[in-house]
Design a protein around this ligand. Structure first.
Ligand code: NAP
Length: 282
């Protein structure tokens, strides 16, 4: 079985991006910039933002974190996004989710210019992705896609099963696999005979949020299995796939941690650079 080393693939991607940033700096005499807005003091969000900032600095991006207290007014955040939209030095804007309850997430997402939407959550990018046009793609499914392509460069005609239909993971994942000419089944909590559906997959992507949900006898021999899950349990952090069981049948499988996670951040950097490059074309 191939253990898909997301840490290694992400490190290689970051190395490529570092070179690209250096070339872009030389060409345009400008540095692509990522601005992250962090609201409140939730520990996981703070950790994620710190990791994003560190990774951005390491590849040579200009990075800035704007912090607000939990009780910040929605208007203050929207006004700041408006200001960042107009700022030439800002290539990409990310608002760390989740947001406090009094702030309308969708309003915030829609305020970010689609051309600076490095998370790929703006309805314009969502629409473009599902229409098969050029768009920013959410970082986690983009990372999954790059890992799958490392194992199987030609996905045409493959049967893919996506478990979970969130806007963050399952839906954009489905669109990426469709674009590659996979035949995609998207499943969710109301799906009947989920095991039977999974058994049809040459590729399975699990983004459910339930520890070790996808079992060994749900997986076809030699399938490629991508585990998006990050679940805190008594055993520590585990994925949505029962690793020990599935590793006995799959051709390739991502570990948790060290699989999809590192790719998510590397893809955020990639998206920032793409936004910068597109801004230079227009
Ligand atoms: P989410 O928004 O909670 O969505 C979960 C999806 O799983 C929903 O579509 C839900 O179906 C489906 N589901 C729940 N129970 C099910 C069941 N019994 N059978 C079949 N489907 C079921 O979760 P998410 O944001 O996509 O995140 C999924 C996991 O990925 C979490 O563990 C999260 O921590 C992790 N994650 C990892 C990364 C990374 O960088 N590796 C990034 C983001 C998230 P319904 O729509 O019917 O409710």
């Amino acid at each position: 079985m191939i253990l898909i080393d997301g840490k290694k693939v992400a490190a290689e991607l970051r190395e490529e991006l570092k070179k690209e940033v250096s070339n872009l700096k030389a060409k345009y005499n400008k540095t692509p910039g990522l601005t992250v807005i962090l609201i409140g003091d939730m520990a996981p969000s703070q950790i994620y933002v710190r990791m994003k900032e560190k990774a951005a600095n390491e590849v040579g991006l200009k990075s800035e974190v704007i912090k607000y207290p939990n009780e910040v007014e929605e208007k203050t955040v929207l006004d700041k996004i408006h200001e960042l939209n107009k700022d030439d030095g800002v290539s990409g804007i990310l608002v760390q989710l989740p947001l406090p309850k009094h702030i309308d997430k969708q309003k915030v997402i829609e305020k970010i210019l689609p051309s600076k939407d490095v998370d790929g959550f703006h309805p314009m990018n969502v629409g473009n992705l599902s229409s098969g046009y050029d768009s920013s793609v959410p970082c986690t499914p983009l990372g999954c896609y790059l890992l799958i392509k490392k194992i199987e460069p030609n996905l045409s005609g493959k049967k893919a099963v996506v478990v979970g239909r969130s806007n963050l993971n399952g839906k954009p994942m489905t669109q990426l696999l469709l674009k590659e000419n996979c035949t995609v089944t998207i499943t969710h909590s109301k799906t009947k005979d989920l095991k039977e559906e999974c058994l049809k997959g040459d590729i399975i992507v699990a983004a459910v949020g339930i520890p070790e949900f996808v079992r060994g006898d749900w997986v076809k021999k030699d399938a490629i299995v991508i585990d998006v899950g990050i679940n805190k349990t008594e055993k520590g952090i585990v994925g949505d796939v029962a690793f020990d069981e599935v590793s006995k049948v799959a051709k390739a499988l991502t570990p948790v941690p060290g699989g999809v996670g590192p790719m998510t951040i590397a893809c955020l950097l990639k998206n920032t650079i793409e936004c910068f490059k597109k801004s230079k074309k227009n």
